[in-house]
Design a protein around this ligand. Sequence first.
Ligand code: ASP
Length: 493
Amino acid sequence: MDYKLKKNGAMSEGKATLEGKAVSKVLMICTGGTIGMLHKGNDPTKPLYPADWNGIQEHFSSLKGLPFRVQAAEMPLIDSSDMSPDYWIGIARNIRDEYDNYDGFVILHGTDTMTYTATALSFLLENLTKPVLITGSQLPLAQPRSDAAQNLVTALTIAASYNVPTVPEVCILFNNVLLRGNRSRKVSSSGFAGFDSLNYRPLAEIGEHIKIDANLLRDVKTDVFFINETLNKNVMILDIFPGIKAEILRHVFEFKGLRGVVLRTYGAGNAPTDKELLEEIRVAVQEKKIVVVNITQCLQGMVEMGLYTASAELSRIGVISGVDMTPEAALVKMMFLLGQYADNIKIVKEQMQKNLRGEQSVNVFNFIYDKNSTEKGFCRLSTEQVAAGFVKEKIVKANIRFIDLKCRPNSEKSCNPSAAVFMNYPSADVNTAWNIPQCLGTIELNDSDENVLECTQNVGRVIDPGRPVQLTVVSRNGDISWENMVFSIYTDV
Ligand code: ASP
């Protein structure tokens, strides 16, 4: 397909503002979707098809009275069910080619895959400083009760930054709701309130006035704008469900070339504890080097691996957390990172758990230790893994999860059921502040395989990127040992 931009007629004039300010220019790119569709032969009983935008434009007289200039253009007009990664790259290239000529961009798009496109553009457009607004409608512009005109005019107004602060992001504007694109989901197949973003507040209050909440916007980038043009399509989304067969997973993971899987699990990231099933996932992650990211099937909330035994094993075998990403965000981010870093799975996994474009609420840094790295109850963690992006001051919490934590009593009596966890930097100089062990909290030893300590205290004080830290678990009357330990640090974005 040829994704070249075709401009439709001249740019609308745009009424000069009273203040005599320069009139901004918006490029409006139609890609198809219901907004520009007509019924075949104008017969409402016939299916809708994406009509030529020139024919549609006459239904949109409001364009002429707008206080900014609009250039209409189109790409191949499709039902967005036919959207593809190549098309996304086509949109990104067109925006790049016209970037300096316009103050903002509006993309008219079908609602079905709008959230995927919004997410993809958020990753493809690097160092974006101008608004890119995606909108569409549930009813075609040409129909009397259509929601199209309202969506379109509001999107154009925000893209023109007309009487509102500039929104330097890829957003979805629908039914007077402005959402961060990579946080949004299509929530209704026919309601005018078609989109929502349950893990991130709308970026504006829109009524008679448009009030953008500047605190929710991403920081304006100072680096030069460019686009990324590589996406790896060897990915898939897989839903866990009661009764899912290990064999099915095996077949999926055996697909030649598969590089990434978004695993949609229950609640806070839980999956069946069935051994066969987990073994298939382990083989995929550890032997086939497939990146498996865990996100929730819930509409709201985040994955917290280790909160339940049902998710602890996933994390132990190397499944990574997708935190509170939407399925679209997790999938497209994976395509993007596999495209960028190709075979460097380590970087893909690290980046996957970090917030890159406002698509997730916290960063996760995971350290996994097996028994070979423990020595007499001590555990050395190398914080070298903590790559750029780790800001100690932004630590919000940490989870330390011990698997098979055992206490061997040093007398006939049983062990004290609680053990304290300390961290420090081992150094020759015992008097340095860093060397003084900081108590992170206490763990109540229980009979389960898992003992989780969630700590919000002292972690920030102890962690220092690049330095090995020591972790000690102390019980008053026994020796503590564990098989594995997963240490997850969450930082604010
Ligand atoms: N099938 C249409 C599309 O996504 C639905 C819509 O636009 O609302 O292109």
